[in-house]
Design a protein. Structure first.
Length: 396
């Protein structure tokens, strides 16, 4: 394999890029059996048998790897402790480390670098793992990502964006730097020296979830719109809310970063009811989601930038690069103080079975990374009749 790292390039040098999922089972699992299942599950996903190379030109690729460094271990740490321990330990993607799994009795915690895939990708890996654990048949899944040529033709950007990208690329050319994995190590060690994150988890029962769904339906809005409205209702300023969106156009179940995103700016209007505010938020969301240009704008525009310029944005954010053009572009694109107020990923109801032989998945918690362009990250997922909401932020 040899796949150019294209629309997912902004994840390459991000210093906080681990997607985490906690899977709670109805019974404890044997670690030796889990280890065998994990090794087998990894063999079915092409991306987990690759590694990342950065060439002298600055281009980066996934290439074949005969010695993957994905791992599974036992742990007695809770979810937040495990995240705190692993967020500062860089994934060695150049050696083929994309996923780490930790087992503790009836809990399995999955941690994946975003270049291994998006939230749905990790859900599909969990399905493969559980099938292997139960001795069920699995199919090989080729790597999939969203290349610029895969995007819908109607999502083509207005000419202004190309002029802007060309201008930035021209300025960057004078100070262009190709960053390597040593630079990534320096970024991690400096960034995490005095930082750590914290999470807040909230579980919604079948009854609570049912009430929320009925409220949303009666208002004619989505559950995500209700969440956004509830989060901003006590804030006295316009909030910039980012929403991660599944970019799969063919419904494939492969691993690979196939996410895109939109943003919505809204200020809660105290003169209106909560329901009317939720309708306004939902309308703003739908306007972006139903328009291909808006839905794929971030992928299209970032795809126009020199790959090394995209790397530099994360290096500026990490505090270990101060190039003039990089700093200016980072500030304009929200890598710094002007990050998204809220960033939400709602995986909705997982489209995988919950029963695997003698094992039953009781619930799943999803903790997205606090990426460089967000500060208040929310992960939502529903498994069966249980929904969990995770808030992930830097400790104050």
């Amino acid at each position: 394999m040899r796949y150019r790292i294209d629309t997912e390039r902004v994840d390459l040098f991000d210093v906080n890029i681990i997607i985490t999922m906690k899977v709670s089972l109805d019974k404890a699992i044997d670690f030796d059996a889990a280890k065998v299942a994990f090794t087998k599950a990894c063999s079915f996903h092409e991306v987990l048998n690759s590694r990342v190379v950065i060439e002298d030109s600055g281009e980066a690729y996934y290439v074949d790897n005969d010695d993957p460094h994905n791992s599974i271990n036992m742990t007695d740490l809770d979810l937040e402790e495990l995240i705190n321990e692993n967020e500062r330990k860089r994934f060695r993607i150049e050696e083929g480390e994309f996923i780490r799994v930790f087992v503790s009795k009836d809990v399995v915690i999955f941690m994946m670098h975003h270049l291994g895939g998006d939230g749905k990708s990790l859900i599909y890996f969990i399905e493969t793992f559980m099938k292997c654990l139960a001795g069920q048949e699995c199919e090989s899944a080729p790597f999939r990502s969203i290349g610029l040529y895969d995007l819908p033709a109607e999502s083509k950007l207005p000419f202004f964006y190309k002029l802007l990208a060309d201008s930035w690329n021209k300025k960057w050319k004078k100070e262009r730097k190709v960053f390597g994995f040593d630079d990534m190590d320096n970024a991690y060690s400096g960034f995490w020296k005095d930082r750590k994150t914290e999470i807040e988890l909230k579980r919604y029962s079948k009854e609570e979830l049912g009430n929320m769904i009925r409220t949303a339906k009666s208002s004619g809005v989505s559950l995500t719109a209700c969440f956004i409205t509830d989060m901003i209702k006590d804030l006295n300023s316009t909030q910039d809310v980012g929403l991660a969106v599944d970019g799969r156009t063919d419904g494939n179940r492969s691993m690979g970063n196939q996410a895109t995103g939109i943003s919505v700016k809204y200020r809660y209007d105290n003169r209106k009811s909560f329901e009317d505010n939720a309708k306004a938020v939902f309308k703003a969301m739908r306007r972006k989601l139903d328009d291909s240009r808006s839905r794929y704008l971030i992928l299209r525009f970032m795809g126009l930038l020199d790959p090394t310029l995209k790397d530099s944005l994360n290096m500026v954010y990490a505090g270990c690069f101060r190039g003039r053009t990089a700093c200016k572009v980072a500030a304009l694109l929200g890598y710094g103080d002007n990050v998204k107020d809220i960033s939400i990923t709602n995986l909705t109801k997982v489209d995988i079975p919950l029963e695997y032989g003698e094992f039953h998945i009781k619930e799943i918690a999803f903790v997205p990374p606090v990426v460089s362009y967000a500060k208040n990250v929310i992960g939502i997922v529903t498994a069966g009749d249980v929904m969990t909401v995770a808030r992930h932020i830097y400790c104050s």
